[in-house]
Design a protein around this ligand. Sequence first.
Ligand SMILES: Cc1cc2nc3c(=O)[nH]c(=O)nc-3n(C[C@H](O)[C@H](O)[C@H](O)COP(=O)(O)OP(=O)(O)OC[C@H]3O[C@@H](n4cnc5c(N)ncnc54)[C@H](O)[C@@H]3O)c2cc1C
Length: 430
Amino acid sequence: MRKRIGVIGGGYAGFAAAVILAAAGRAVTVFEASRTLGGRARRVDAYGTTIDNGAHILLGAYRQTLALLRTVHGAGAEAELLDRRRLALEQPGVFHLRAAALPAPWHLAAALFTMRGVSPRDRLGAIAFARRLARSGYLCEPDLTVAALLVDSPPRVTELLWEPLCLAALNTPIETASAQVFLNVMRLAFARRVQDSDLLIPRVDLSTLFPDAAAAYIADHAGEIRAGETVRSVTAGADGITLVSDFVEHEFAAVVIAVGPHQAVRLLPASADATTRDALQAMTFEPIVTAYLKYPLALPFARPMLKLDGWPGQWAFDRGALGGPEGLAAVVISARTREAGMSNESLAQAIDAQLRRLWPELPTPEWVQVIAERRATYACVAGLTRPSPGMIAPWLYLAGDYTDSQLPATLEAATRSGVAAARALLHRLG
Ligand SMILES: Cc1cc2nc3c(=O)[nH]c(=O)nc-3n(C[C@H](O)[C@H](O)[C@H](O)COP(=O)(O)OP(=O)(O)OC[C@H]3O[C@@H](n4cnc5c(N)ncnc54)[C@H](O)[C@@H]3O)c2cc1C
């Protein structure tokens, strides 16, 4: 009897799907190729301490992710898991913006009106620009790029605010990034509730944050986690799905494929719909590099997350202020930039020099670890067609950050897609 449901991929999308299925009383088996759960948001061990494959931030508007955290950790766990602060962006000595304690959208208008580092005229220009976006309903032509959207924005505000935000949110340069997806993020963060634009920075590693607790929840609900087991092939039959993994053949009533787009294309059975296959094949990717530098003293950062100026680092996080070891900086470089060809060693040296320009008192780091995710996210380019989460062959469902039609590749897109695929499957099962 095929009763169990298989989920391929133990990232945020796969575990979101598995938790919803388990909560509905279905026995689930999750396959994850790696021994560490979390996929592109996972714990990494380095020099006797725990870091992540990349520094992640969440927004207050990540409703689906936050709801799943409550399901697997319990209702009151958010404060232990996440450092929540009102939106504040600071580039030391250059720029500062802080959302006001006012109802949306006035919190954004007040933030733009009081931002430091731009002229009064540019502040008014920025408010007018933001109002135009809101009046348009945050809608534009599907093939418009962020650079084209920003032609009306004061150039200094583009340089200090919108371009860094686009890189951080879409991991795609403004010249090619989708203006509509950028507007979707703006609407999500600024249009409804003031708390939606809060920045939530994990206090725990990214595997602990959700996948490990989700795995425990699934095990408590008659489920099974097969970590370190790669699925090699998927065959869709009329009454269920057969998977062949490294070790054995498995029979399932239904399967959710929740792997990255380049991995999904290899798993699709011949019966999967052609539009999905074409959309997966057309996707390209952008890297993210995170350099961890451990200094022997507490970092002199004014806040846990700072925008950096110059090159090569874009954002710096003080992990010590977020529950990690004292003196541990995480410096992030998003999207393809000129350091792509540099060795890890010279990149770490350049980042160390960049931090010392701002804080000359920093001593030599005790250790550095550079983690380059070559396919951190799909390139969120204007006009991109993406597959939807849901059924792609009888009893075979697709999930993954790239299937959410609204958001760029984010934890929230991943969890939304997993929940959508699981709900579609539950609906069919009746
Ligand atoms: C460095 C970095 C920084 C980021 N920063 C942010 C941020 O600040 N905020 C934010 O919201 N998002 C951020 N993201 C994006 C976010 O991490 C991803 O959108 C999200 O984790 C994708 O989840 P997913 O489950 O869709 O895919 P994945 O995490 O890729 O999960 C797929 C899983 O499937 C497994 N798998 C693949 N093939 C098989 C197979 N055949 N058999 C078994 N298992 C298989 C993989 O090992 C993987 O664990 C960042 C990403 C990176 C890399």
